[in-house]
Design a protein around this ligand. Structure first.
Ligand code: AMP
Ligand code: MG
Length: 336
């Protein structure tokens, strides 16, 4: 759409007003602006400008039936999006917003269908990032923003990743440094009972259950209809990803051997790995801490793509805390 993409460094602690106003002006004119949130970078448009929202789908190559999350800066902004905030939503909002929790609520008729993919619900969250909040406030409208990556690619967690995917295609990138969480928000469907987690994230089932009672993990055919984004292969590097059990160096050695025979360029992404035998893969040792792991994994996938790796062998993590979300992304990256 726009041949030039302005990249502006913005202070994450005290976002410069002038820069925020410039970005808000671009959005007001119907442009696209990428900005940091605490989860991943978002590719934003004015949520009430249907034409601008359409451009997000064009820029990303995103299927039109995959709805986007609307970002707000205050609870009062909810009024424009939904006519009814259920009691249990209020509890969660008090506890988790601003933060990496997206709530699916009944939508008000004013929300453009392009935002919601024609569904009767809308996905909303208040991000915990001063740049994002300042931008939404300066625009004076909620901002529709999916993750800032070409559809199917790993989400952008630095401004550099966003530039890789969108140079010359969007108006502006606000560079607020690397994101804190590194994985997309938890998506919680409150429009049904029991509430269902459609996408795991930093806020876990155990975090939510004290407020809601039983919460189910939404998987299966019906859930895919409800959260179209979960239908697609996703978060994927260009290289083929194969998962192995934690600590299973024998499995890694066997795969390395096969790839060596086929002369494929291989990387191992693992927390435990000692030797590659006669083969010399690129070895990316990941942090033992799951939060740090989450923060790095998409950047690692992009880095390995840059290096022209054909195959990535990834050691699974434990599935507890944010590990549930990590494993969800790893499985999708490995899906064929
Ligand atoms: P992204 O914006 O790239 O982080 O992806 C947003 C995710 O939220 C996708 O998996 C969407 O399918 C999901 N989503 C957005 N809006 C809705 C909605 N109204 N109902 C169910 N899922 C939604
Ligand atoms: Mg996405």
């Amino acid at each position: 759409m726009s041949p030039q993409t302005f990249v502006m460094k913005v202070s994450p602690k005290a976002p410069q007003k002038r820069l925020i106003l410039t970005a808000a002006e671009a959005l007001r004119r119907g442009g696209l602006v990428a900005f940091p949130t605490e989860t991943v970078y978002g590719l934003g448009a004015d949520a009430f400008n249907a034409e601008a929202v359409k451009q997000i789908f064009v820029a990303k190559g995103r299927p039109l039936d995959n709805p986007v999350i609307v970002h707000i800066a205050s609870v009062a902004d909810l009024k424009a999006l939904t006519s009814h905030v259920p009691e249990r939503a209020s509890l969660l909002i008090d506890r988790f917003w601003p933060g990496p929790l997206t709530l699916i609520l009944r939508k008000s008729p004013d929300v453009p269908d392009d935002v919601t993919g024609g569904l009767d619900t809308v996905a909303v969250r208040m991000p915990q990032n001063k740049i994002a909040l300042a931008l939404i406030k300066a625009l004076g409208h909620p901002i529709a923003a999916p993750s800032a990556n070409l559809s199917g690619r790993p989400s952008g967690t630095t401004a550099g990743h966003v530039l890789q995917d969108f140079a010359g295609k969007i108006d502006m990138i606000l560079d607020g440094g690397p994101v804190a969480v590194g994985l997309e928000s938890t998506v919680l469907d409150l429009s049904r009972k029991p509430p269902a987690i459609l996408r795991p994230g930093a806020i876990t089932q155990e975090d939510l259950e004290p407020f809601l009672g039983r919460v189910v993990m939404g998987r299966g055919a019906d859930d895919k209809k409800r959260s179209p984004g979960t239908r697609y292969r996703h978060y994927s590097p260009k290289a083929r990803v194969t998962l192995v059990e934690p600590g299973d160096e024998t499995a890694i050695a066997r795969l390395l051997d096969q790839h060596a025979k086929a002369k494929r360029k291989v990387a191992v992404v693992a927390r435990h790995f000692t030797a590659g035998g006669g083969v010399r893969p690129i070895v990316r040792i990941m942090p033992p801490d799951l939060e740090e792991y989450a923060q790095q994994i998409f950047a690692v996938f992009r880095e390995l793509d840059e290096l022209g790796v054909d195959e990535i062998i990834v050691e699974k993590t434990e599935e507890e805390g944010i590990g549930v979300a990590i494993m969800d992304r790893l499985r999708r990256a490995a899906a064929r």
